[in-house]
Design a protein around this ligand. Sequence first.
Ligand SMILES: [Zn+2]
Length: 135
Amino acid sequence: MPRPTKCRRVQYPPDYLTFKPAGVPARQLHEIELTLDEFEAIRLADLEELYHEEAARKMNVSRQTFGNILSSAHKKIADMLVHGKALSLQGGNISLKNERLFLCKDCNNRWSEPLGTGRPRHCQSCRGENISRIK
Ligand SMILES: [Zn+2]
């Protein structure tokens, strides 16, 4: 019987789900799939610069598993950069709320946007552009 894989926690889903080299039609490109747990591993280790142990705890996986996820992610990104491939973010064994939360610093309005729709340009209430993502 296959061992059920534990759900990996992803705290901060991506704003953008596809990337590709500029000026090349998508159909001419090979596409790499970066899973959302790989994305989260990169965010925690490379951007927030957490120690692997702490990042693993945040994702609810062992340190060893975290290392494996991270090196798989690095390899895919290197492949994309070096060979000029497209990258799409999808899948992975994750638990995730399918929305992101934004805050307007001008009028204090908070609202949520579904995952994968890009970053909003302005506040839904006052149309101000002084917004930030809070979740
Ligand atoms: Zn506002």
